[in-house]
Design a protein around this ligand. Structure first.
Ligand code: UT7
Length: 329
């Protein structure tokens, strides 16, 4: 029995930071940001009292509402994030408490930008095994909490946002999450995209704060090259394994890190940009949020139909990357 997505929902904070706002804070231009990344604006959850769990809770409440079920019907909550409220307790437990999911267990999943794709496949296993009937998978990041607003090479890229799905047993054979290929490469990835301090290697100290080690650091060029290659490879692999062609794919839903990476992936798959979900322009890179936000928007716009062939593809810190094939029910 396969797992199918039965409900989607998203939450984006209202406040916008535009490229021109960033021009006033950093040595950058709207033109540079737009042409190199495709981003025009991103959202910020400014309220210091509100963290990643706030956005997840908003998503979780909408999911319950839309599906018309009560919180105690949820068996498992997976929150994919790299900006949890704190190292422990998990954000998943905070969300479980907030919505009163009295019968659910849950955990956070750390796979950076691939978090939702990893989480979706993980959640699907619990449905397929028959151990769970309803699983919430949420991807969320309050990236502005770990952005160095003096570093123009990263500050322009990211934004805050969250979205998620409910997974349930598919109604019919041949529908739902039909295949996935997931990968990791710590050997090449670990140096190029990281937040150096705050864990057990470099616990918070005056030195780590002075050296700005609690912010995201990225070697953009290295990550760009690796992302272009890996996302295109894995998307092509999922196509071949499932006899998918440029014609019978309805939507590519890629991680939104850079418009140029997305275009390269679509090109390798041979599909036109009219079949590629892209909203990087409005939200930037929301890390674990990008793929489910895209899915939720496609769903809101009634662009997902029974039988639609959907390919998800992601790449992120670790490195982690992967692709999922969904036959929408
Ligand atoms: O989601 C996780 C995975 N992350 C990614 O997939 C991100 C992958 N990387 C990228 O998307 C791109 O590498 C960036 C958008 C981060 C950078 O674009 P790039 O075309 O690789 O630029 P670059 O880093 O090679 O920098 C080119 C120039 C440099 O100046 P010089 O050395 O040529 O004089 C940078 O200093 O652009 C400069 N630059 C900027 N200029 C204006 C870097 N950031 C900025 C900026 N505004 N914000």
């Amino acid at each position: 029995m396969k797992a199918a997505i039965t409900t989607t929902a998203k939450y984006l904070p209202e406040e916008i930071i535009s490229n021109s706002d960033l021009e006033r804070m950093l040595d950058t231009t709207d033109e540079w940001i737009r042409t190199r990344t495709g981003i025009r604006e991103r959202r910020i959850l400014r309220d210091p009292e509100k963290a990643t769990s706030f956005m997840c809770t908003e998503v979780a409440r909408q999911l319950l509402d839309k599906r018309g079920i009560s919180a105690d019907e949820i068996d498992l909550i997976i929150v994919a994030t790299m900006s949890p409220d704190m190292i422990f307790p998990s954000t998943a437990c905070i969300v479980q408490g907030n919505i009163g999911a009295s019968k659910a267990w849950g955990f956070d999943l750390s796979a950076a930008c691939s978090g939702f794709v990893y989480g979706l496949y993980t959640g699907a296993q619990f449905i397929e095994s028959g151990n769970c009937r309803k699983v919430m998978v949420i991807g969320a990041d309050k990236m502005t909490s770990i952005l160095d607003f003096t570093d123009r090479s990263t500050a322009i890229l990211f934004g805050d946002g969250a979205a998620g799905v409910i997974l349930e047993p598919a109604r019919e054979e041949g529908f739902g999450i039909l295949d996935a290929r997931l990968y990791s490469d710590g050997k090449n990835g670990k140096e190029h995209l990281l937040m150096p301090a705050g864990g057990s290697l470099h616990p918070a100290s005056h030195e780590t704060v002075d050296n700005r080690m609690h912010y995201i650091r990225q070697d953009g060029k290295q990550v760009f090259k690796a992302a272009v290659m890996a996302m295109a490879d894995v998307a092509e692999e999922i196509m071949q394994r499932n006899n998918l062609t440029a014609e019978n794919i309805d939507w590519l839903v890629p991680h939104q890190a850079n418009q140029r990476i997305i275009q390269a992936t679509a090109e390798r798959m041979g599909i036109g940009m009219d079949k590629v979900m892209m909203n990087i322009e409005y939200y930037g890179n929301t890390t674990a949020g990008t793929v489910p936000i895209c899915l939720a928007e496609l769903d809101e716009q009634n662009k997902l139909h029974s039988g639609s062939n959907i390919v998800l593809a992601s790449f992120g810190a670790g490195y982690t990357w992967g692709s999922v094939y969904i036959k929408w029910q």
